[in-house]
Structure formats: C-alpha cells, structure tokens
Design a binder for this molecule. Structure first.
Ligand code: ATP
Ligand code: SF4
Ligand code: MG
Length: 326
C-alpha cells in the first residue's frame, strides 16, 4: 500500500506535459478544446484518480494517455520516453498500458465466451503460440480478477454472468497481457453499491500484488477517496487542483473542488450547487475558466475579482491549485 510513504520517490511511469487535444468545430464553428494544457503523472504502483464533472475532458485525456487520440500538441511519455505514434510502436505500447472500459455489457461481445474475451488480447499480440500457454495465461488472469476457479468461467457467455462478474472479465482481459499500467474509465459506474466495493478492493489488491499503476477516471469523489493515492481535479480541459487524496479531499482549496465535495452526503461543508451554463469547450471563457460559475467570486473573491475575469491562470504543473485567491 503506497498511500503515504512512497509518494514522491517513484519515477513517473506515465506522464503528460502541456497536453492539448482539440476536435474540429461543426460547420466551421470553433474547435472544441477538450484537453487544454494538462500536466499529469502516474508513478510506479500509484493510483491516481482523475475527477470532474461530465464533459470536462476526462475520457479524452485518458484516451490520449493510451495513444488512442493523437495530441494536438504536448507530449505523453511512458517510462520516460515520449510515445511513438507509429502503428507498430503503438501496438507494443498497448501491451504495457491497458484500458478498462466503463460499461462491461457494451465492451464484451455477447457471442464470445469468457475464454475468448480474455484471450483476445493475447491473440492480437500473438503472445502465445502454444495453446496450453494461452490457457494458463487466461486462467491466471481470471484468477487474478477474482473469478475462481477460472475453468468454471471459460465457456460462459456474458449474459450468463452478473454485472460484477462481467466487470471482472473486462479487468482479466486487461491483465492477461501483464501491463504495467491500467487506465480505467468509470470502472464501477454501472455497478450497484455492494459490487462496486468488491471491484475497488480488487483494484487495490492488484496494485499490492502486481505493483500495477492505475489512472482511475471518475466523477465520483467517494470512489477517489477509497482508492487513490493522488487526485487530479479537472475543469473544462484543465487540471485545477492536484495533490495527495487526503489533502485535496479533506482540505480542498479550489472553489470548484469545494463545490464538488460539498454535495457529498457526508460532507461537513455547506452544500454549494453550481449554477450557470455547463462548461463548453468550444467557448472557453477569458480569465479564470471557472469564473462564471465560481461561488468564491460571487461572494466577492477577497480582492481578486478583477483578475478572476481577466487574467488567465498558468497551467498547473505538479501539485497545487490554479486559482487567483491566495
Ligand atoms: N470526437 C469528438 N468530437 C468533438 N467533440 C468531442 C469529441 N469527443 C469529446 N468531445 C467533447 O470534448 C469534451 C470532453 O469530452 P469527454 O468525453 O472527454 O468528457 P468526460 O469528462 O469524459 O465526460 P463524462 O464524465 O460525461 O464521461 C465534451 O464537451 C465533448 O463533447
Ligand atoms: S481564480 Fe477567481 S474565479 Fe477562478 S476559481 Fe479562483 S476565485 Fe474563482
Ligand atoms: Mg468520460
């Protein structure tokens, strides 16, 4: 468990530097700047939660970190080397960094057995030429994902499994290639509360047993609290607050983080419901990009109101907060 002690001593496995991803505008309109200057690192054996409201750019950033979306500018590095976007190099990268998708029903082919679903990655990468080796690798991955004895699941189809079991099959499919890192996009969003706890426990166990690094994308701050070492809070394409999970979630400094936390049932903060238009990456406001919705600015912003509306904030590198308030 790395929750405190080893922070800062681990070289990043995955990092993004000044990453930008834009999508062309519709009918000649302005481009959507979905990721707009992000720096982020995930260390060896570290779990980082990326949190923020719907549409803030989490999935786009996660996909770019896996090389699935080419950046408009900026750099993604793995093991200290910038990604090579040639098809051959990307294929090799996908063995080391695996995506675990949000919806296990949608990401599993209903006509494929559990065995075939888990073996698919091995076959794509031609990892095993001998059937016995493939069978052993599939059994190991299912076991690691908590489906035991694995042979009992080999010939089952997705519709014969519970939601939690399907999510475990998706995780086994990622683990079978023995990656160094997984990126999980809302890994428990479609599961009910009891199963959610089991999958979180599984992710923590995988980190302890395999030293796996993980970036967990979620809009659920409770999930971040339960699983992550560090958290990065994203708003409209930027990270606005980042740090150890205990610090950010017990003593949030950015007004946006405070508002997100204040509406959790157990929060001691007075509930702050964010008003104003939902953020639109085709129309990023001048000054602080959160200013039109900021409760601190609405309350006077302690002498920095003029800067809030006019002065853009530098991008956040490393831990800290992007806000003009001291
Ligand atoms: N292919 C695309 N073309 C144009 N715009 C896109 C594309 N993909 C994403 N966007 C826009 O980029 C922004 C960020 O989308 P993204 O899916 O990354 O958000 P998210 O934080 O993952 O949201 P959610 O929590 O709802 O999954 C959104 O405004 C979305 O409409
Ligand atoms: S810079 Fe100003 S508008 Fe932006 S979050 Fe801080 S107080 Fe609010
Ligand atoms: Mg998403």
């Amino acid at each position: 468990m790395c929750r405190d002690g080893c922070r800062g001593r681990r070289a990043p496995v995955l990092s993004a530097e000044d990453l930008h991803i834009s999508f062309p505008g519709r009918r000649g309109g302005p481009a959507a700047r979905a990721v707009d200057g992000v720096d982020l690192t995930v260390g060896a054996g570290e779990i980082v939660a990326l949190v923020g409201e719907s549409g803030c750019g989490k999935t786009t950033l996660a996909r770019a970190l896996l090389g699935l979306v080419p950046p408009t500018s900026g750099t993604v590095s793995f093991d200290g080397r910038p990604l090579d976007y040639s098809p051959r190099a990307l294929k090799a990268y996908r063995r080391r960094a695996q995506l675990v998708l949000q919806d296990p029903t949608g990401s599993l082919n209903p006509r494929h057995t559990v065995y075939d679903a888990v073996a698919e990655g091995l076959r794509v990468h031609r990892a095993h030429r001998v059937p016995e080796d493939e069978r052993a690798a599939v059994a190991r991955a299912l076991s690691l994902a908590g489906l035991r004895p694995p042979e009992r699941f080999f010939l089952r189809y997705p519709h014969e499994l519970s939601g939690g079991q399907r999510q475990r099959v998706v995780i086994a499919g990622a683990l079978v290639l023995e990656p160094a890192l997984i990126v999980a996009d809302e890994p428990v969003a479609s599961l009910d509360a009891s199963v959610r706890g089991e999958i979180l426990a599984l992710l923590l166990r995988l980190r302890a047993e395999l030293g796996l690094s993980a970036l967990i994308v979620t809009h659920d701050l409770g999930l971040a609290w339960n699983i992550a070492d560090r958290v990065a809070v994203m708003y409209l394409g930027r990270v606005v607050e980042s740090g150890p999970v205990e610090t950010v979630l017990t003593a949030p400094r950015h007004p946006y983080t405070k508002a997100l936390l204040s509406v959790l049932p157990e929060s001691p903060l007075p509930p702050t419901v964010l008003t104003g238009e939902p953020p639109d990456p085709t129309r990023i406001p001048p000054g602080c990009r959160f200013h039109a919705r900021c409760p601190a600015l609405a309350a006077g912003a302690a002498g920095v109101a003029a800067r809030c509306v006019a002065e853009p904030l530098p991008r956040l590198r490393g831990e800290g907060v992007a806000c003009h308030l001291p």
